[in-house]
Design a protein around this ligand. Sequence first.
Ligand code: ATR
Length: 281
Amino acid sequence: MDQDRIEGVTRYAVVGDPVAHSQSPRIHTLFAEQTGEELIYTKQRVTVDEFTQFVGSFFAENGGGLNVTLPHKETAFELADGHSRRSKLARAANTLWLGDDGSLQADNTDGAGLVHDLSINNRITLTNRKLLVLGAGGAARGALASLVECGLSSITVLNRTLARATALKADFAAVYPINVQDFTSARLSPHDIIINATSMSLSGYIPPLDPDLLSDHCCCYDMMYSPKPTAFMDWAKRHGAGKVFDGIGMLVEQAAESFFVWRGVRPETADVIATLQRVSA
Ligand code: ATR
């Protein structure tokens, strides 16, 4: 059956380039089945040149909402007329929809997904904990947009390119005093939580990290996921991290948050996370 031909059912999609690997259609279809919401969710490969026109046409043809992934998150933010507070902080959007007045609205649910996975699913306390974030790109910004609200005692960002981390610090200065350093000159005491938000983990590399950064019960979280533990997860286990997680839970939780934004219904996530973990095992 060609799902795009089902009349009268609201369409949603994830848009990216590449997008073939995306698990979002599977996740949202499971959410729809579970909640009884009638919708169609597909993936669409859309190039940088096509993106703006694609978004215009999608919503002109009554599309219900878009998830946006690499490399379009910044453009999605810029295209929108209205922005959630967290998307403004991230300067990037992963969720688009039309407001009641027909204006294009943008949100960023990545950080909320991460915080939910850490604090609810994995019971990691964030309040009064020292957080280290590796990376200062779009993924780090999205995560920090929600992490700054969690009562952490300190947030430090390490990045290869110090200028990028310094720009991030300036953008967040009004809401949280983030410390920034580069990997080579960093001199840091142990941290309670380390989150890898660099894009290098899947290529099998990790930034040059001092194992002394790990506190006794340190929690290490890689925002990436892959069938095998990532290089960062291997590093963390090798050096005795108390808890080590990949980003599958975050992926499902950010999707649940988008589903809620669009449909006003919050799906249960535990079974969906378990399904994805089984598939990727
Ligand atoms: P994303 O949206 O996934 O965050 P991005 O905005 O391109 O993608 O950011 C990628 C992040 O991974 C950055 O923090 C980048 O560091 P730089 O700002 O110095 O480029 C980091 N990164 C990517 N490859 C890296 C590598 N080989 N070594 C260290 N950091 C790397």
